[in-house]
Design a protein around this ligand. Structure first.
Ligand code: PMP
Length: 427
């Protein structure tokens, strides 16, 4: 083993104290002790280029956010049951970034809680219970949400009210993607009804991360959204992955699809590492839920969370990070695309802004093994990415939004060398 003694001991301690449910990244796990901007530093002081972490979206250790958190934590931290100017100002600033219809927000601490709340609201509003998700969706960890997160694998049973649909097919001609996806949703609605189940919601991650990163063509969600509404259900956009500017086209991924969801859930980058998430809603959708069910989330939307969230929103705006995601993302995508077809391992490059997916093949088939060799090869060159998708063969490249062109060049240098290595050694 290439693990040193200290690493071996830490792994043993993890297993002893954290139990069997946790997984480490990499054949040879990494041990980071510090982060700054797009860099993570290991215990030996070696710098790794972070092209994977979307929580520290405006940079690891962002001083603006740290200052805001520190100042508010030193002043007051309670919860949402007292009047507080910071909470209101943040809620107003956040909802102002959405289409006018989406004018109310409820705060949680995790994306899972936001999606859990979305189901409760959808069921109250529609009187239905059925849930439609894509076949390799991930929406979170609560027992209700795990029941509609099929990517958790065969050991987590889908709920009896859950139906899965194939994600939009990126291999179809662009003009056919929308109708094909809508037909899937219509078939799921019909199947729910055959079983006497009224549809409550269609929920999708608007960049389909766990389904393998499917972004194009913009607009492909329209017909499916119309279909679920026609059936009495609502549409929920899970913006935990694409939200806060990642697609480089707007703050929210659903805007690329020219739709206005009924509910939107957000999380991960919302507090740049401070745990916060939320649900943004059309007021008429949460009216009944609010009247009948009191909602209180002890930590959700507390004054420190509001300060962190406000700092994140302002930093994205002031540094024009949506435009940065667009231009650096396009630059990186173009560089990656030169390998598609040229290298027999690389089939195609998908994605938008700073969320890119690269299909890795071997012998004409999706290859999780080859993708893992690339991920591990990049790790040995101190560059961080991961692989996802139903076949675990899609390289997931999702750096902090403060990624620059020179970081992209640095990434491509390591990528090129890694591919050569993998081709030569087949290691
Ligand atoms: N939705 C999506 C699309 C996600 O990727 C995740 C987290 N990976 C979640 C929801 C759940 O968020 P959290 O881990 O904060 O509960």
């Amino acid at each position: 083993s290439r693990l040193n003694k200290e690493e071996q001991e830490m792994i043993a301690r993890r297993e002893r104290v954290l139990g069997p449910a946790y997984r480490l990244f990499y054949e040879r796990p990494l041990h980071f002790v510090r982060g700054e901007g797009v860099w993570l530093y290991d215990a030996d002081g070696q710098a790794y280029l972070d092209a994977y972490n979307n929580v520290a979206s405006i940079g690891h250790g962002n001083p603006t956010v740290l200052e805001a958190i520190g100042r508010q934590a030193a002043t007051l931290n309670t919860h949402t049951r007292y009047l507080h100017e910071g909470i209101l100002a943040y809620a107003e600033a956040l909802t102002a970034t959405f289409p006018a219809e989406l004018s109310q927000v409820m705060f949680t601490c995790t994306g899972s809680e936001a999606n859990d709340l979305a189901v409760r609201i959808a069921r109250t509003y529609t009187g239905g219970t059925g849930i439609i998700v894509t076949s390799h969706a991930y929406h979170g960890v609560t027992s209700t949400v795990a029941e509609f997160s099929p990517s958790l694998g065969p050991n987590v049973d889908l709920g009896i009210h859950v139906r899965t649909v194939s994600p939009p097919n990126p291999d179809l001609p662009a003009s056919e993607v929308e109708a094909a996806f809508s037909r899937e949703v219509e078939a799921a609605i019909a199947d729910l009804r055959r079983h006497g189940i009224k549809p409550a919601m269609l929920i999708v991650d608007t960049i389909f991360s766990s389904d393998g990163v499917i972004a194009d063509p913009p607009g492909f969600l329209k017909a499916a959204v119309a279909a679920i509404r026609e059936a009495g259900g609502i549409f929920v956009a899970d913006e935990v992955q694409p939200g806060f500017g990642r697609t480089g086209e707007a703050l929210w991924g659903f805007l690329r699809h020219d739709i206005v969801p009924d509910l939107v859930t957000t999380g991960k980058p919302m507090g740049n590492g401070y745990p916060m998430a939320g649900l943004i809603a059309r007021p008429e959708i949460i009216a009944d839920f609010g009247r009948n069910a009191r909602y209180f989330n002890t930590f959700g939307g507390n004054p420190v969370a509001a300060a962190a969230g406000q700092a994140v929103l302002e930093f994205i705006r002031d540094q024009d990070l949506v435009a940065n995601a667009r231009s650096v993302g396009a630059y990186l995508k173009a560089a990656l695309e030169t390998y598609a077809g040229r290298s027999e391992l690389i089939k195609s490059v998908r994605g938008v802004g700073l969320f890119l997916g690269v299909d890795v093949m071997e012998g004409g088939e999706p290859s999780a093994a080859a993708a893992a060799r690339i991920v591990n090869g990049l790790r040995d060159r101190r560059v961080l990415i991961s692989a996802s998708g139903p076949h675990a063969n899609v390289l997931k490249i999702r750096p902090p939004l403060v990624f620059s062109r020179s970081h992209a060049d640095c990434f491509m240098e390591a990528f090129d060398a890694t591919l050569k290595d993998v081709m030569q050694k087949g290691r």
